[in-house]
Design a protein around this ligand. Structure first.
Ligand SMILES: C[S@@+](CC[C@H](N)C(=O)[O-])C[C@H]1O[C@@H](n2cnc3c(N)ncnc32)[C@H](O)[C@@H]1O
Length: 222
């Protein structure tokens, strides 16, 4: 059953939640406090994860799925020469990313694509880096999403991202349940499940680091 909560429409409706979330990421002090109080998580950890983009050489291909409001773009430098594909199932969120790319002066490196993470319209081994911030807990089938993200990653390429996990403690259970009722969150997964899925798809040394309700994963494709 889906409950209609004012301001919490589905992703295709560009929900108020997306504005709040993007605002929190762009305001390290106030947003950091919000993250600390709301989900006991360190916002700086997200910034550190986006640094993975900053180090990319010209010509590198990146897939950001789901790109949402484009928060990962904060890791991209103007003139870096990266081919950055921002993919999301909702056009409203792609529009947000396009606006963010212009504001950051990196629009020439960014293209957008409507895509379902469960059936990505990209070739095998076609990206050097796949980023997926706060995405897995939103997908209807996170295991399938891992299969697809690993498939399009080239051997030696890196996958990095963040997600809420089902085993982060009872304290976060109301948020998980509320998000599912509002239609914003999917079934989610536990940390061991995520590491198992990544291992089964050629990323046996993937790591998971927890920060409150959020966890950061990273792996290199064998
Ligand atoms: C919480 S937002 C996160 C986006 C962004 N990475 C960020 O950190 O702000 C979740 C996004 O997942 C997208 N989404 C949900 N289901 C999807 C699917 N099956 N395929 C691709 N994107 C999906 C939504 O449209 C939404 O933009």
């Amino acid at each position: 059953m889906r409950v209609k909560v004012p301001g919490l429409g589905g992703w295709s409706e560009d929900p108020l939640w997306a504005t709040v979330y993007d605002w929190s990421v762009e305001h390290p002090r106030a947003g950091g406090l919000l993250w600390r109080i709301g989900i006991q998580s360190d916002l700086q950890r997200l910034y550190a994860a986006t640094d993975e983009l900053t180090a990319l050489a010209p010509g590198s291909r990146v897939l950001d799925v789901p790109c949402g409001g484009g928060v990962a773009l904060r890791g991209l430098r103007p003139g870096q020469g990266v081919d950055y594909v921002a993919a999301d199932i909702a056009q409203a969120m792609l529009d947000r990313t396009t606006r963010a790319a212009h504001e950051r002066g990196v629009a020439d490196q960014v293209s957008t694509q409507v895509a379902d993470v469960g059936d990505l319209p990209f070739d095998d081994d076609s990206f050097d880096l796949v980023v997926s911030f706060t995405g897995l807990h939103c997908f209807p089938d996170p295991a399938r999403a891992v299969v697809e993200m690993a498939r399009v990653l080239r051997p030696g390429g890196v996958i990095t991202g963040s997600t809420l996990l089902n085993d982060s403690g009872l304290r976060h259970e109301p948020m998980r349940r509320g998000g599912r009722l509002a239609g914003l969150l999917g079934p989610g997964c536990t940390g061991p499940e995520l590491l198992h899925w990544l291992g089964a798809r050629g990323l046996p040394d993937a790591t998971l680091e927890r920060s409150g309700a959020m966890a950061y994963f990273r792996g290199v494709k064998a």
